[in-house]
Structures are given as structure tokens and as C-alpha cells.
Design a protein around this ligand. Structure first.
Ligand code: SF4
Ligand code: SF4
Length: 65
């Protein structure tokens, strides 16, 4: 269970980075990126994914299929 950032939607504001309880978000070449290995979808930390809650762009952070 993990989320990913849609590169074409991300405006690289960085707002999601400090929100992540597992330090899973980092800057990448074209956009920010979530580490699928460490993203827990904020289970046990919050009722909903904190990165999605803070992200100003709709449908920028989605579940990995
Ligand atoms: S869902 Fe939670 S753990 Fe996963 S990247 Fe977003 S803030 Fe981090
Ligand atoms: S908050 Fe959204 S737009 Fe901003 S860096 Fe994170 S994923 Fe990209």
C-alpha cells in the first residue's frame, strides 16, 4: 500500500515533504517523488494520507495500482 505523485500534476511546492511521518517524499528531477517502499499511506498516523491533505493540486497524489 503506497501512493505516488503524478509528475505532470506536481508543481514542486514541497509542501508535502514535512507532512510525511515516514520521510518518504523527496525532490526528484522533474517533480517530487514518494518512496513506495516506505510509504504507509499514513496508516496509524492519520485518518487520511497527510500528503494528499496538504497538496494544493487535486489528483496529484494517487494510490499505486
Ligand atoms: S501517504 Fe503518508 S506516508 Fe505515504 S507519502 Fe504521503 S504522507 Fe508519507
Ligand atoms: S504538495 Fe503536491 S504539488 Fe506540492 S510537491 Fe507535494 S505532490 Fe507536488
Amino acid at each position: 500500500m503506497a501512493l505516488y505523485i503524478v509528475e505532470d500534476e506536481c508543481i514542486s511546492c514541497g509542501d508535502c515533504v514535512p507532512e510525511c511521518p515516514t520521510d518518504s517524499i523527496s525532490e526528484s528531477l522533474v517533480a517530487f517523488k514518494i518512496s513506495e517502499k516506505s510509504c504507509t499511506e499514513c496508516e496509524g498516523e492519520a485518518d487520511s494520507p497527510k500528503c494528499v491533505d496538504i497538496c494544493p493540486i487535486d489528483d496529484c497524489i494517487l494510490p499505486v495500482a
